[in-house]
Design a binder for this molecule. Sequence first.
Ligand code: PLP
Length: 387
Amino acid sequence: MTRPSRARVDLDALRHNYSLARRMHGGRALAVIKANAYGHGAVRCAEALQDHADGFAVAFLEEAVALRAGGIEGPILVLEGLFDAAELKAARTLNLWIVVHQEAQLRMIENDRVFDHLEVWLKADSGMGRAGFALADMPSAYARLQATGKVSNITLMTHFARADEPGSDATSRQVAAFNAATAALLGDRSLSNSAGILQWPSARRDWSRPGILLYGADPVPQRGAGEGGDEQLRPVMTLESEVFAVRTLQSGDALGYGGGFVATEPTRIGLIAIGYADGYPRLATTGTPVAVDGTITRVVGRASMDMLTIDLSRHPGSGIGSRVELWGRHVPVNEVARCAGTISYELLCNVKRVSIIDETGIDKAWDRCAAKEDVGNAPITKRRAAA
Ligand SMILES: *Cc1c(COP(=O)(O)O)cnc(C)c1O
């Protein structure tokens, strides 16, 4: 018997969400597929978007290498930029776009002996306080990049710290500060992540960088229908399994590690072969919604490493083989995240060990191992045949 736990990805929904983001923001959109496309399989998602997206963005070089090795062409922006000169060489070979957000990266280009046409996104820290040049240093960083003669194009970017907070004026202040600091500099601009696209029209520029919204999780769950009109985000991932054992607890029986759930009446329990080792959050305990055969019930007790228990008391028709959705169309991933005290991003990124399949039903092994193995010296050939 094969364990029936899997992450099903709906690539039509992915394309729908990408188009929605691009239309809402205007201009061009880099599909952010770092962290294995937020757990959805980076090569698979890039393939699905290849004919639609203006380009892709990943966090670091190895993630870009994995995409190129998977046969992905077109622009790929490396959001954290490069860590050393060897990476600069690789980035050039693979024709990657690079973020430059600090002095060391600027020097790397200045000191490099190769004359070349690099595509650089120069990043300003407009208030996040994490990465990016100080606003006052942007003009000089820009001038130094130009002076190298190695840069063919400079896009100006910044990143928002609180765009998911409708009531905060932090984003407006970041936009104003960025505008002031870069007013004299030529080039395309890129400000908005998903939350920026959805609710800060004043931040719309030449390029957007949607991540989480591509996967159909609204970064501002409390947001009303709002500007998307009738169009809705569609969840891309359905994390699913089946009931594989059933038992009935009697009043007073304790369930699972810690015995935190104690039955107060006869309670029919379904056992699911998925746990925190697969990415289901251990903190999503009794009361977290889960769907069985399409109707909502609840988790009971604590998720363990490989197993989860759910309440089937009000689902007498369900039993071994019943389909269980941990999140997806019936159970919003945002809702599970809320129960676990975290955000959808973390849940989606953490999915592992289960098969990832799309409409074709084929599990592509590389989707599960993300960009971990054999990337250092990966040949730039398609690994598809091998997988
Ligand atoms: C991850 C990331 C994004 C995407 O953010 P979402 O909130 O998922 O849309 C955009 N820009 C940068 C610089 C990022 O690091």
